[in-house]
Write a protein that binds this ligand. Structure first.
Ligand SMILES: Nc1ncnc2c1ncn2[C@@H]1O[C@H](COP(=O)(O)OP(=O)(O)O)[C@@H](O)[C@H]1O
Ligand SMILES: [Mg+2]
Length: 312
């Protein structure tokens, strides 16, 4: 059975359509990436999925329970980490979790156990007595995640958990997500506008922009939507700007860029011929130190399907 079914969900704010007939399903055990640029409608969708906002149409079931008709049953399955951090600044990490745990009806020894477990898995056990106001943005974010998992939800929904935080916390959240999925069998919905993260973490992906579906499926399926485009990564012992311009003019080469000494060609499989590239390289009398063919990144999928870059 699907963990979550989203069927034909629409949402309007006044006259503005911000979700246009969105449908997908999340299966048990998925790490599901919900991605799109700012304003795509990710948070709106999450607020509707978790029963905070009403949709203007469509249906959502969580663990088989309709979020509109049976909100309490549906919500039992969910842990939500909202985009905005919500914590009490002047009390300790431990006391914050004691409060959130008691909201879920936890008490006594079990509450204590769950607080320590949540602090451990988010890497905050050593900070448990410290007041939140001394925490970095990343640590606050991790404590917010800890608060969302104390009742052992079957589904954890995280709305942009890694925006604007330090690399160490980002890494913690990344590892945490993999671990909670593997060890606790938690289904995860992970919202982000960082494509690389989702690329590494998620098995299923829904890409949206301006309230519309852009691509949806397994990571492999989504990437195969632009399977006629591939990447050639080239390392030469030396190269010039003139050479790069020549590469760009080869038939079937859509783009040629250079980063950290590597030359990246985005090519159309059906038109691109390696011989053309090799000929130019030979004519300059330079040596190939490496050549690799790679599948496109999600960022490149988005660019190919929408004609625009994801990052603002
Ligand atoms: N409470 C609201 N009232 C009116 N418009 C809103 C409200 N919340 C969000 N929107 C609009 O809905 C669109 C989607 O926003 P949002 O769901 O926050 O996108 P994302 O989370 O992908 O960045 C945006 O155009 C935003 O301005
Ligand atoms: Mg958002």
């Amino acid at each position: 059975m699907s963990s979550i079914q989203v069927r034909n969900v629409t949402k309007r704010f006044d006259d503005k359509l911000v979700l246009d007939n969105i449908s997908f399903s999340v299966e048990e055990g998925d790490i599901f990436g919900l991605i799109g640029p700012n304003g795509a409608g990710k948070s709106t969708l999450i607020n509707i999925m978790t029963g905070l906002w009403e949709s203007n149409g469509g249906e959502i079931t969580i663990g088989g329970h309709c979020i509109k008709k049976n909100p309490l049953k549906a919500k039992e399955h969910i842990g939500l980490v909202p985009q905005e951090v919500a914590l009490f600044e002047s009390v300790s990490a431990y006391d914050n979790l004691e409060f959130f745990g008691s909201l879920y009806g936890l008490k006594g020894a079990l509450l204590k156990e769950r607080i320590n477990e949540a602090l451990e898995i988010t890497g905050l056990l050593e900070k448990k007595k410290e007041k939140i106001k001394k925490f970095s943005g990343g640590m606050k974010r991790r404590l917010n995640i800890a608060a969302a998992i104390m009742h052992h939800p079957k589904i954890l929904i995280m709305d942009e958990p890694t925006v604007g935080i330090d690399p160490q916390s980002r890494n913690h959240i990344f590892e945490f997500t993999k671990r909670i999925n593997r060890e606790y069998k938690t289904t995860v919905i992970y919202t982000s506008h960082y494509m690389e993260e989702v690329d590494l973490l998620c098995n299923k992906i829904f890409i949206m922009d301006l309230g519309n579906e852009i691509a949806y499926g397994s990571k492999k399926q989504v990437k195969s939507m632009i399977s006629d485009k591939n990447k050639v990564i080239l390392k030469l012992n030396e190269y010039t700007g003139e050479m790069l311009l020549k590469f760009k003019s080869i038939d079937g080469v859509k783009d040629c860029s250079e980063e950290d000494g590597l030359i990246k060609l985005l090519v159309e499989e059906n038109y691109f011929k390696l011989e053309g590239l090799l000929k130019i390289i030979q004519s300059y009398n330079v040596k190939i130190k490496g050549i690799n063919f790679e599948e496109p990144s999600l960022e490149e999928v988005f660019l190919a399907l929408t004609g625009k870059k994801l990052r603002d």
